[in-house]
Design a binder for this molecule. Structure first.
Ligand code: NAD
Length: 290
């Protein structure tokens, strides 16, 4: 069994980006600049945004963190987005989700200029992804594709079962794995909360990509020997013994499933770090394409 070391691979990618940025600077080119918009004070969101901004510094990018109050109106937020769309200094930006309830998330994501949409959430970019066109692939699915690629895992003709159909992970993942190419060329089954007898599908899977957010959901009896496991789930499970009072837990019962798997991502240290690396990669692409 091989652990898919997202921490190591994400560091390799960051090193590669650092080298590219240094070369760009040496040639007098503009440094890639990522902006992150956060509305409100949600602890987990602040943590995620903070690590994205720190990652920018690590590779030599410029970054701007825009913190807006919880009670900002939708119009004011839309104005901020327009400002960022028009700001030639900013190559790409993200709007950290979730947004407060009084704001229509879809209206905000639609307002982002697709050329600066480094999260890949705009319908134009999502459509291009489905049509094999140049786009920004959402960072988590992009990170999973990169892990499969760098570990040289055969996906052609394999049966990939994706659990979860969210717009940011499960759905795009199912499209990417069915596209032509390596990784890709898989026969894909997309399962979700209304799937009947989900274990019937996972037991037949060569590759399982789990993105539902239920700790230890996937158990050893649900997979076959030699399966490749990608665990996207991140859930904070209360634990009085842990320094923070919780432990980060994946969707997969790692202890028992790893006994049967050929490859498996740990949580933490698997898909999570890859997500940030690929956001940086998308920002670099935005700079290079502009
Ligand atoms: P979500 O929470 O939007 O949706 C969950 C999906 O799981 C839904 O499509 C639902 O149909 C499905 N589901 C729920 N219960 C199910 C069940 N019992 N059986 C089968 N399917 C079921 O999903 P999301 O935003 O993709 O997040 C999923 C998990 O991945 C969460 O734990 C999240 O924190 C994590 N996540 C991790 C990263 C990362 O960088 N590693 C990035 C994004 C999300």
């Amino acid at each position: 069994m091989t652990i898919l070391d997202g921490k190591k691979i994400s560091n390799d990618i960051k090193d590669e980006i650092t080298t590219t940025v240094a070369q760009m600077k040496a040639k007098g080119e503009k440094t890639p600049h990522l902006a992150a918009v956060i509305v409100g004070e949600d602890g987990a969101s602040l943590t995620y945004v903070g690590s994205k901004v720190r990652a920018c510094a690590r590779v030599g990018f410029e970054s701007t963190l825009i913190q807006l109050p919880d009670d900002i109106t939708q119009d004011d937020l839309l104005n901020k987005i327009q400002e960022l769309n028009q700001d030639a200094e900013i190559d790409g930006f993200i709007v950290q989700l979730p947004l407060p309830k009084h704001i229509d998330t879809q209206a905000i994501l639609l307002a982002v200029d697709p050329k600066k949409d480094v999260d890949g959430f705009h319908p134009e970019n999502f459509g291009k992804l489905a049509l094999d066109m140049e786009t920004f692939i959402p960072a988590t699915p992009f990170g999973i594709m990169e892990l499969l690629k760098r570990y040289d895992i055969e996906t052609s003709g394999k049966h990939t079962v994706v659990i979860g159909r969210s717009h940011i992970v499960g759905r795009p993942m199912s499209i990417l794995m069915s596209r032509k190419g390596q990784p890709g060329d898989s026969t894909v089954t997309l399962t979700h909360s209304r799937t009947k007898d989900l274990a019937h599908y996972t037991r037949e899977a060569d590759i399982v990509i789990s993105a539902l957010g239920v700790p230890n959901f996937l158990t050893a009896d649900m997979v076959k020997k030699g399966v490749v496991i990608i665990d996207v789930g991140i859930t904070r499970v209360p634990d009085a013994n842990a320094a923070k009072g919780y432990v980060i837990t994946g969707d997969v019962d790692f202890a028992e499933v790893s006994e049967k798997a050929s490859y498996i991502t740990p949580v933490p240290g698997g898909v999570g770090p890859m997500t940030i690396a690929m956001l940086l990669q998308n920002t670099l692409l935005a700079r290079q394409r502009s």
